[in-house]
Ligand binder design. Sequence first.
Ligand code: DMJ
Length: 675
Amino acid sequence: PSPGLQPLTAQRVISSSRLSVSHAPPSLSVASCVSRRSRSVCRESPVWAKGGKMPVATLLPFTATPNRKSASPTSFRLTEKFILLLVFSAFITLCFGAIFFLPDSSKLLSGVFFHSSAVETNTRTGPDSSDSGSAGNDERVLAKIRKDHEKALIEAKDTLQKRPEEIKQDIINEKEKVAKESVGQGGKDGNNLPFVEYHRPPGATGHEPLDSETRDRRAKVKEMMKHAWDSYRRYAWGSNELRPVSKQGHSSNLFGDIKGATIVDALDTLYIMEMFEDFDAATDWVEKNLDFSVNAEVSVFEVNIRFVGGLLSAYYLSGKEVFRRKAVELGEKLLPAFKTPTGIPWGLLNLKSGIGRNWPWASGGSSILAEYGTLHLEFMHLSKLSGNPEFAQKVMNIRKVLNRLDKPQGLYPNYLNPNSGQWGQHHVTVGGLGDSFYEYLLKAWLMSDRTDEEGKKMYYDALQAIETNLIRKSSGGFTYIAEWKGGLLEHKMGHLTCFAGGMIALGADGAPSDKTGHQMELAAEIARTCHESYARTATKLGPEGFRFDGGVEAIATRQNEKYFILRPEVIETYMYMWRFTHDPKYREWGWEAVQALEQYCKVEGGYSGVRDVYASSPSHDDVQQSFYLAETLKYLYLLFSDDDHLPLDHWVFNTEAHPLPVIKKDKTDRPNEVE
Ligand code: DMJ
């Protein structure tokens, strides 16, 4: 049978029967007509009268025999019966074939029904045009069916010839294609994200340490977290931070009108401490209240490390999509900060207008090294989770700009003008304004499963320059990292700089082999110096800055350097040193800090910073910083946990202590896959 004729006929029958047989389903009316083989029935039915170009007689010759008087079945000759049977079975095969076996039969059916209604409309407005139009459509539908069918056959044949690995790869490619298409289709609000298969990386939660002392200390830290969290929940729920003395909410202008900094910063700590009810309450708040559509200026750096970082960690720990969605949504809102002639982002950004600027005090409108240099980890993950390469491109471009510039003594000044691409003042610190830039070079390399060679080189080169130019030993034998101002050293070290002990320990095993031991020693010395800055105070809490000049060592000499705002850096270094050496003194030093926090910072309404660590009864500053829950308490908890809780070969902590998984190059390592 002509392949063109049969489906055409089937369609016409169904279409026409809808027109003429008002209550019977189309197939039924046709079947009854044929099965009864009654010429009169068929003649009465407009099915055949409106049958189209092919005359009814041509289709059913037996019904059109002009001289036949009787329509009785017995009057058919054997050949007629045979033809009848042949036509009938061809017709049935055709119907079944069209509906069930032809590829894309759903399209065929919808085409049929669509065609049918078109006929209905055209019948009212003019049958002629309907006829020619439907014939054209029929041919197009048929051509498409044939093409699809052939394509499916070829594909099936190809697939059968492929090896399983090739088939696997095809599936991956297809998935990626779909992911890209869905990104291309918009989704400017993080709502239209590609599918990402979630695998929880190892060590998201831990277990009780075997020795009872460590177990008790760990439990104590959890109790501290509970007090900090419950107080925030009770007195400041939804605000950025808690004022623990006045028992009310507090909002720093770093976050514009974004709310809930403590909630987002604390999510992962709640998770790793297995405070799941609290984690759920926090998740619920994020789902219902976390809103980035604010007409206000935010610090790009702070919002990135606390909000984007916090959301990413919460996603990787829990697998809850809401966190991925919110992280990408916020990341997209930060992108306009990169609209500068060099692509070095502004420090401040209005999230609604997308207009950026820099801190007015920063060396002639410069961007700050620790701010634009502390986006890399989060932005790499944003690209991974959104399928949008723009995030990664933006941060890779920052490196490009830096690598084109001459560096004084190999050092990176803290200020860089985003318009001219030139350094501002030649101030270099490993503390505030510089710190986490170095941290992110190292961690970018580690997070890439040690494939990011550029990040690695930049880190070890920078560390070498720091050692040569900034690291000194005091007369009392304390190693410290000084600050460099246009070639002159200021013998001062900030509390913030104390993170460097942990960083250097973390990078030591990647250093050229002759330097690993030296770098571990350096890290241990910095840890000791920072511990000393705590040990020499009345409260056993460390000052914001301490000096090594004018006859003092590791002591703050200026009133405005004596405060302690619950910062984590010293404890962070203890945690890394413990992990790499298992020297019990680091746990002891951590425990000293716990006792000091309990004695001087704990108040009925939470934990507060203190104004003077050298005073025996210091006054409180009445702020429970969100990083106290994100970092200080998390690092303390990990210090008293086993090493397989957030193991360092699978997780990298962002500068706000939010753990991000290593993106494993070996994709067979399923637990670490992030894609
Ligand atoms: C945190 O927000 C981060 O650790 C940042 O890198 C530096 N300052 C605070 C904690 O002191």
